[in-house]
Design a protein around this ligand. Structure first.
Ligand code: MRU
Length: 366
C-alpha cells in the first residue's frame, strides 16, 4: 500500500545487502517514517517483542526471516533450534509466529547444513509472497459482503474496526482492511470508524495513518464509542482481525474486541473476522480456556506515548504507584461472530464452517 504515494511492503531484504532485513518501525508511526534494520535472529525476536513490527501475519513473516538470519550465523541443528525457540517466545498469542517458525524449521532440518541459508531465504520470501496473495483474496471475499450491503442500502457503508488489522499488520493489503480497500477501488462509498485501541493506540496511530494515506474516509473514536454508534444506526458492519482462531471458530484479537462483538450482537449488526488460514490453531477448541493471552507491562496503561516538540514523548496518566493490569488480547466466542472471511471464502464461525473451507483438516480434527 502507499505512504506519501509510494508503494511499500512492511518487510524486505535490504537492497545490495543480503544479510540485513528492513522493516518499517511501527513504534514511531504516524509521526516519523523510520526504516529499522534487523541483522540476527535475536534482533528479529526483539523487533517482535518490542512491537517494532506487530500484527499476527507480519510477526510470522519476520520470524521466518529471523531464521534466515540465524542460518547466516550458524546453520547447525542446535543453533537453529535455539533461534526457533527464541523467536517463538517473542510474543505468545498470535499463532502465526509458531506456524511460520515450524514451517521453515521442518524444511531446514531436512537439508544439508550448507544448503540451509539459501532455503531459509526462499521459504521466508514464499511466506511473504503468499501473505500478500492471501490478504488480496480475503479482500475479494469480504468485498462481496460490502457490495451486497451497498446494493441494499444505496448509501455509504459504515464499517467499524478495532486495532490495526491493516497492511501494516501484514505485508500488504491487511486482513480486515483489504475488503475496505477493494470496495473503495470498486467505487463503493465506505466510511470507517477507527477505534483508538488503548493502550498502544494501534487504531489511532496505524489504522488512521493507513486510511489517510489511501484516502479512505474515516473517523477516529475512543474505544468506548462503538456501542453508542451501533445503537444509533451509525455502524453497518464490524470487521476485525484475529491473532488466533480455534478450530471451533472462537477468535482472539486485540483487547476490547469482545466488547465490540457483544455490542454488535445486541444491535443485530454483522460482526465479521478476517483471517488467513495461518491464524487457525486446529489443535484448540475453546478459545477462552485455551488461547494464551499476552500480558504486557503496566506502564503501557499508566502512561501514553505521543508526539511533542518534534520527538516521541511518554506522558504519565495515573498517580505514581498506581498498579495496572495490561491484557493484550481477549477472546470473542464463535456465537457472536457472523462470519469468518478467509482467503478461501466466507464461512460460519464453527467447526463445520471451517471444515467446509478446509476439508483437508477433516482427518485431523478432534
Ligand atoms: O498487539 P498487536 O498490535 O500485534 O495486535 C494486532 C491485532 O490485534 C490484529 O488485529 C491481529 O494481529 C490481526 S492482524 C491482521
Amino acid at each position: 500500500m502507499r505512504i506519501e504515494g509510494k508503494h511499500y511492503h512492511t518487510i524486505w531484504v535490504k537492497e545490495g545487502s543480503r544479510d540485513t532485513i528492513q522493516v518499517i518501525d511501527q513504534r514511531v508511526l504516524p509521526h516519523q517514517f523510520v526504516v529499522h534494520e534487523i541483522r540476527s535472529a535475536s534482533e528479529a525476536a526483539t523487533a517482535i517483542s518490542d512491537m517494532i513490527v506487530r500484527g499476527a501475519p507480519l510477526i510470522g513473516v519476520t520470524a521466518a526471516y529471523g531464521l534466515y538470519l540465524a542460518c547466516l550465523a550458524d546453520s547447525s541443528d542446535k543453533a537453529l533450534s535455539e533461534a526457533a525457540s527464541l523467536l517463538k517466545a517473542s510474543r505468545p498469542t498470535a499463532v502465526n509466529l509458531a506456524w511460520a517458525v515450524d514451517l521453515v524449521m521442518d524444511e531446514l532440518l531436512s537439508l544439508p547444513i550448507n544448503e540451509r541459508a539459501e532455503a531459509a531465504l526462499k521459504a521466508a520470501e514464499k511466506i511473504k509472497a503468499d501473505d500478500i496473495e492471501i490478504c488480496r483474496q480475503i479482500g475479494k471475499h469480504g468485498l462481496e459482503i460490502i457490495r451486497e450491503l451497498y446494493e441494499k442500502e444505496q448509501r455509504t457503508i459504515n464499517i467499524l474496526t478495532h486495532c490495526n488489522a491493516g497492511w501494516l499488520a501484514t505485508v500488504d493489503w491487511g486482513t480486515a482492511t483489504s475488503p475496505i480497500y477493494q470496495a473503495m477501488q470498486e467505487g463503493i462509498p465506505v466510511h470507517v470508524w477507527v477505534d483508538e485501541t488503548r493502550p498502544r493506540n494501534q487504531g489511532a496511530n496505524l489504522t488512521a495513518f493507513e486510511l489517510l494515506q489511501e484516502e479512505i474516509p474515516h473517523k477516529l473514536i475512543v474505544d468506548n464509542t462503538g456501542g453508542h454508534l451501533m445503537q444509533h444506526g451509525m455502524v453497518d458492519m464490524v470487521i476485525v482481525g484475529t491473532d488466533r482462531t480455534t478450530a471451533h471458530g472462537d477468535v482472539a484479537n486485540k483487547i476490547g474486541t469482545y466488547l465490540k462483538a457483544l455490542a454488535a450482537h445486541d444491535n443485530q449488526i454483522p460482526f465479521y473476522v478476517a483471517l488467513p488460514s495461518s491464524t487457525i490453531d486446529w489443535d484448540l477448541k475453546d478459545g477462552v480456556k485455551e488461547i494464551p493471552i499476552e500480558q504486557r507491562s503496566g506502564e503501557e496503561v499508566t502512561s501514553i506515548w505521543g508526539w511533542s516538540k518534534g520527538e516521541m514523548t511518554q506522558v504519565k496518566l495515573s498517580p505514581k504507584g498506581t498498579p495496572a493490569a495490561n491484557y493484550g488480547f481477549d477472546v470473542t466466542p464463535a456465537r457472536l461472530i457472523t462470519g469468518l472471511i478467509t482467503d478461501r471464502g466466507v464461512c460460519e464461525a464453527s467447526k463445520e464452517g471451517l471444515l467446509r473451507l478446509y476439508p483437508e483438516r477433516l482427518s485431523t480434527d478432534g
